[in-house]
Unconditional design. Structure first.
Ligand SMILES: [Zn+2]
Length: 132
C-alpha cells in the first residue's frame, strides 16, 4: 500500500518535472550572454507599442470619418444647448472614441506580433536584448 503510494507520488513528481521542463522549453528563452533562465527574461513590447501608436492614429482617423452619426446626435443635443458647440464636441468625441478603440485594437494586434513575429526578449539580469 505504502509502496504504491510512493510510486504514484514519484510518478506525479516526474510528470510535473517533465511538464515544467516542457513549458520552459516552449517559451523559455535563455539569455545568450549570462545564461539567465526564463524567469529573468521578459518580452520587449516592441510591436504592442508600435501597434498602439499606429492603431491610435488610425482609430482617430476612422473615428473622425465615422463620426457622422455620432456628431449628428451630439450636434443636435449640443446645438440645442449652445449653438455651434455641439458639432465640434461631436467631432472630438468621435476622434477620441476612435483613438481609444484604435489604441486598444492596435495594442492587441501588436501584442500578438510581439509573441509570434518579433519575439524580442530582454534579460533582467544583464539587460541584454536578444531575438529567439
Ligand atoms: Zn543576461
Amino acid at each position: 500500500m505504502t509502496q504504491n503510494q510512493d510510486t504514484e507520488e514519484q510518478e506525479i513528481n516526474r510528470l510535473l518535472a517533465e511538464m515544467t521542463a516542457l513549458s520552459e522549453d516552449n517559451h523559455g528563452p535563455v539569455c545568450p550572454r549570462c545564461g539567465a533562465s526564463v524567469d529573468q527574461i521578459c518580452l520587449v513590447p516592441y510591436g504592442s507599442r508600435t501597434g498602439a501608436a499606429v492603431g491610435g492614429a488610425l482609430g482617430a482617423g476612422v473615428g473622425l470619418m465615422a463620426r457622422k452619426s455620432l456628431s449628428t446626435v451630439c450636434g443636435l443635443i449640443g446645438n440645442a444647448i449652445v449653438p455651434g458647440v455641439g458639432l465640434v464636441a461631436g467631432k472630438m468625441t468621435g476622434m477620441l472614441l476612435g483613438f481609444l478603440t484604435g489604441t486598444t485594437v492596435g495594442q492587441a494586434v501588436g501584442s500578438v506580433v510581439d509573441h509570434t513575429v518579433i519575439r524580442k526578449y530582454r534579460c533582467k539580469r544583464c539587460q541584454q536584448t536578444f531575438d529567439v
